[in-house]
Ligand binder design. Structure first.
Ligand code: 4LM
Length: 400
């Protein structure tokens, strides 16, 4: 690894995981497009498989390009190691299948990304795991007990943008001997490093801000050597959702500019949220950078910027659809964290499998729209959103 942990975050974003290629001196990390690696002798093959010698032997288990990505993520999260997966959901499923046993309980602070909630309820629950939904940190404290194995949080949450106090959740987990997982996709290590607040495992959908350019699907988990050895041995080796080297290359390339992109995302989202505050077409406006956001004080403490997502409640699904259909700079698409602005209606897309009751309980209202603010000029984005809101107001005026 060509970096030193004393280096600042921006320096590590550029250098961690990269070194001159030992075979050729290539400066950019090569894409090692190979499924297998010759080990030279039967004795060495046996040593590699027994774990007695470190080295590459099969790309489902490890690959030099993928390893460079893992090293960069571990360095940026300030954790000893990381393991990459083929998607964020690959990381979620590998973590659960590695760490959970029948009889264990998982507590999650709602809402989470709909796919994660779906995995917990539809897959983990099938294997005798009890899944408990907590509305906030106090509910986590009340629900946790000796059977609690995992406490799972996102902060800010997808798509409500609630802020979860990581240190408080970590204390609740320590009190009952559970492990904590923070899905850090929305914050990225540029804004929040959950391990600094006592969280054990930090995961990402790398598809989003880590890659940043909307051109690759991947996931990653960072944590201690011991936990990651178990995750590599079971969740990667036996479950098998391994990241490909080409995607790893795109993530390595994207992450060099992560701190710069996150600054621009935060600036754009803050400008947009401030321009929308008090707008008469909005029933609610969620952005942790606004002083009136209920999680603002905790966010100011545990984040170094308030993120690139803004959620708006337009009061009804009809108004939300009218708004979305009149945006021009925000592409209507799921996913987030790209340099381009994106917009979606979570209730009918990313979270629709939750069902109406759970959606309402978790704050995913019919009028909720999620905006992923890209790195375009904030002034242009504000104008685009204000124009679309005018269409909503006009449509409402015509029906009253
Ligand atoms: C979306 N999200 O919200 P893969 N964790 C979080 C996420 O937002 C996602 C995943 C994990 C969206 C995708 C359609 C906080 C995904 C899952 O999509 O499997 O890389 O990540 O729009």
């Amino acid at each position: 690894m060509s970096h030193n942990s004393d280096h600042a975050f921006r320096t590590r974003a550029v250098h961690a995981g990269h070194g001159l290629d030992p075979a050729t001196g290539a400066h950019a990390t090569p894409i090692y497009a190979t499924s297998t690696f010759g080990y030279g002798s039967a004795e060495r093959g046996a040593r590699l498989f027994a774990g007695e010698e470190a080295g590459f032997f099969y790309s489902r288990l490890s690959n030099p390009t993928v390893r460079a990505f893992e090293e960069k993520v571990a360095s940026l999260e300030g954790l000893p190691d990381a393991v990459a997966f083929a998607s964020g959901m690959g990381a979620v499923s590998a973590l659960c299948l590695t760490l959970l046993r029948p009889g264990d309980e998982v507590i999650f602070v709602a809402p989470l990304y709909g796919g994660t909630t779906g995995f917990l309820h539809e897959v983990a629950a099938r294997f005798g795991v009890t899944v408990r939904e907590a509305a906030d940190e106090a509910a986590v404290e009340a629900l946790s007990g000796p059977a609690t194995r995992l406490i799972w949080v996102e902060t800010p949450t997808n798509p409500a943008l609630d802020i979860v106090d990581l240190a408080r959740v970590a204390r609740a987990a320590q009190a009952c001997g559970a492990l904590t997982v923070a899905d850090n996709t929305f914050s990225t290590p540029a804004l929040t490093r959950p391990a600094e607040h006592g969280i054990d495992l930090v995961m990402h959908s790398a598809t989003k801000y880590l890659g940043g350019h909307g051109d690759a699907i991947g996931g990653v988990v960072a944590g201690s050597q011991d936990l990651l050895a178990e995750l590599r041995g079971i969740g990667l080796r036996h479950v098998g959702a391994a990241l490909g080297p080409f995607e790893a290359y795109l993530f390595l390339r994207g992450m060099k500019t992560l701190p710069l992109r996150m600054q621009a995302h935060c600036e754009g989202a803050q400008t947009l949220a401030e321009a929308l505050a008090g707008h008469p077409a909005l029933h609610a406006l969620h952005y942790p950078g606004l002083p009136g956001h209920p999680g603002h004080a905790v966010a100011a403490r545990q984040m170094s910027g308030f993120g690139g997502l803004v959620s708006l409640d337009l009061g009804s699904q009809g108004a939300a659809f009218t708004f979305l259909n009149h945006l021009r700079l925000f592409t209507q698409a799921v996913s987030l964290g790209d340099v381009e602005s994106l917009s979606c209606h979570p209730g009918s897309t990313t979270h629709h499998l939750l069902g109406e009751k759970a959606l309402r309980r978790q704050g995913v209202t019919p009028g909720l729209v999620r905006l992923s603010v890209g790195i375009e000029e904030p002034r242009d984005l504000v104008r685009d959103v204000l124009d679309a809101l005018q269409h909503v107001q006009r449509a409402q005026f015509q029906t009253t």
